[in-house]
Design a protein around this ligand. Structure first.
Ligand code: HEC
Ligand code: HEC
Ligand code: HEC
Ligand code: HEC
Length: 117
C-alpha cells in the first residue's frame, strides 16, 4: 500500500509520527516500529496477546497493507499459501530488512530477479 494511501487511512497526525525519521531508527524491530505508531501491541494482537495460529495477526496486516493477491509479483504467488509472518518475522527482523527465498526455495530465486531489478 502506498504511503499516500496509508496517510489517508491514519489521519495526518498519526501518519506524521509513523513517517518521522525517529520511527525508522535503523535497529528498530518491525513489531516495535508498528506498535510505536500509536496502537501498541493491539495493532496486531487481539487484546495484546498472540493467537495460537497467527490468523488474527494476518488479518490485521492485510487490513492495512491489503491482501497478498493485490501485492507485487513476489507476494502474489503466496496468496493462500503463506502468512506475512512466514517471511517478515516481525519480532526478529528490523525495519528495512527484506526476507530472502532460500529457506523455502532451493533454486536460487531472489526477489530482485522476480521484480526485474
Ligand atoms: C506488526 C504486528 C505486531 C506487533 C505490533 C506486535 N506483534 Fe507480537 N507477533 C506478531 C506476529 C505476526 C506473531 C506471530 C504469530 C503469532 O504467534 O500470533 C507475533 C508473536 C508474538 C508472540 C509469540 C512469541 C513470538 O515471539 O513469536 C508474543 C509473546 C508477542 N507477539 C508479543 C507481542 C507484544 C507484547 C507486542 C507489543 C510490544 C507485540 N507482540 C507487537 C505481530 C506483532
Ligand atoms: C514470500 C515471502 C513474503 C511474504 C509471504 C510477504 N512478504 Fe512482504 N516482502 C517480501 C520481500 C522479499 C520484500 C522486498 C521485495 C518487494 O518489495 O517485493 C517485501 C516487501 C514488503 C514491504 C515493503 C514494500 C516496499 O515498497 O518497500 C511491505 C510493506 C511488505 N512486504 C508487507 C507484507 C505484508 C503485509 C505481507 C502479508 C500480507 C507480506 N509482506 C508477505 C517477502 C514477503
Ligand atoms: C495499523 C496498520 C498496520 C498494520 C496492522 C500493519 N502494518 Fe505494516 N506498516 C504500516 C505502515 C503505515 C507502514 C509504513 C509505511 C510502509 O512501509 O508501507 C508499515 C510498514 C511495514 C513494513 C515495511 C517496513 C520496512 O522495513 O520498510 C512491513 C514489512 C510491514 N509493515 C509488515 C507488516 C506485517 C507483517 C503486519 C502484520 C503482522 C503489519 N505490517 C501490520 C501499517 C500497518
Ligand atoms: C516460508 C516459505 C517461503 C518463502 C520464504 C518463500 N516462498 Fe515462494 N512459495 C512458498 C510456497 C509454499 C509456495 C507454493 C508452492 C506450491 O504452490 O506448490 C510458493 C510459491 C512461489 C512461487 C510460485 C510457484 C513457483 O514455485 O514458482 C513463486 C514465484 C515464489 N514462491 C517466489 C518466491 C520468492 C521470490 C521468494 C523470496 C522473496 C519466496 N518465494 C520465498 C513458500 C515460500
Amino acid at each position: 500500500m502506498s504511503k499516500k494511501l496509508l496517510s489517508a487511512l491514519f489521519g495526518a497526525s498519526l501518519a506524521a509520527l509513523a513517517m518521522s525519521p525517529a520511527a525508522f531508527a535503523a535497529d528498530q524491530k518491525i513489531n516495535e516500529f508498528h506498535a510505536d505508531m500509536g496502537g501498541g501491541c493491539e495493532t496486531c494482537h487481539k487484546d495484546g496477546a498472540p493467537s495460537s495460529d497467527g490468523v488474527y495477526e494476518f488479518q490485521q496486516c492485510q487490513s492495512c497493507h491489503g491482501p497478498l493477491a493485490d501485492m507485487d509479483a513476489v507476494h502474489k504467488p503466496h496468496d493462500g499459501k503463506l502468512q506475512c509472518n512466514d517471511c517478515h518475522k516481525v519480532h526478529d527482523e528490523v525495519v528495512g530488512q527484506r526476507p530472502t527465498c532460500e529457506g523455502c526455495h532451493d533454486d536460487g530465486r531472489t526477489a530482485e530477479k522476480i521484480l526485474g531489478k
